[in-house]
Write a protein that binds this ligand. Structure first.
Ligand SMILES: Nc1ncnc2c1ncn2[C@@H]1O[C@H](COP(=O)(O)OP(=O)(O)OP(=O)(O)O)[C@@H](O)[C@H]1O
Length: 210
């Protein structure tokens, strides 16, 4: 579950430009799409929800945790355990294999690697037989699916995806959206997708337009 109340944010060097965001109240297993033109503050909102930026005003709750009260160290730990971040360009270690990237993610922070979960995800995301390929040897669509796997391998409470489809053709766009929805259902997570990709709109009932 994710809930926000009266969120506002200002970048330090742009004092006059305060972003005021609509409230979000999203139960587990539900999803929401946040749409809006370039520069309106979509990524800023996602970074607030992930605890990567501190709000100027307003509150953020994930489950029973009040994010505003956490120290930076507690936030890092919480994010590693409870939040799944999926970026348009994922942060892989390109010289490692697909499996090695997943193992590294599983061990952070302070978790044990779980082979069963790894194999389950690799199968669900259609990455079988690619486990030993290095990331730079994967196609863009395969890298996108690995980025989803890295975002959900720890069964986060909230999945936050920033422009997960913008570089993809129509078939891969459909595929990524259905994979994200499926993983959110499996993990009983709330799913927040931020995009300006109008193709994604038809797949979601809940929209917020910034
Ligand atoms: N670190 C920063 N310092 C100052 N201004 C910033 C910073 N990051 C973003 N901005 C500005 O804040 C505004 C919102 O940026 P943001 O990246 O949230 O928009 P967006 O809606 O995600 O855009 P896009 O769809 O192009 O990715 C933009 O005008 C941007 O220039």
């Amino acid at each position: 579950m994710i809930r926000t109340d009266s969120l506002q944010f200002t970048y330090q060097d742009t004092q006059n430009n305060t972003f005021c965001f609509p409230d979000i109240d999203l139960p587990p297993t539900e999803d929401i799409l946040i749409l809006g033109p370039s520069g309106v503050g979509k990524t800023t909102l996602l970074h607030l929800l992930a605890g990567l930026l501190p709000p100027k005003e307003g509150d953020i709750f994930i489950g029973d945790t009040y994010l505003n009260k956490l120290t930076r160290k507690q936030l890092d730990y919480f994010r590693g355990q409870k939040i799944g971040l999926i970026f348009q360009r994922a942060y892989f270690i390109r010289s490692l294999t697909l499996s090695e990237n997943l193992i590294l993610r599983q061990r952070f922070p302070k978790n044990k690697s779980n082979r069963y979960r790894r194999e389950e995800l690799i199968m669900q995301l259609g990455l079988s037989n690619l486990e030993n390929k290095r990331v730079y040897q994967l196609s863009e669509g395969q890298q996108q699916r690995l980025s989803i796997a890295l975002g959900v391998i720890h069964k986060p409470k909230v999945i936050l995806a920033d422009e997960p489809t913008s570089n993809l053709d129509d078939a891969n766009c459909e595929n990524v959206i259905s994979l994200l929805k499926k993983e959110a259902q499996t993990c009983k997570s709330s799913l927040v997708i931020i995009t300006h990709d109008q193709r994604v709109k038809t797949h979601f009932d809940n929209h917020i337009i910034l």
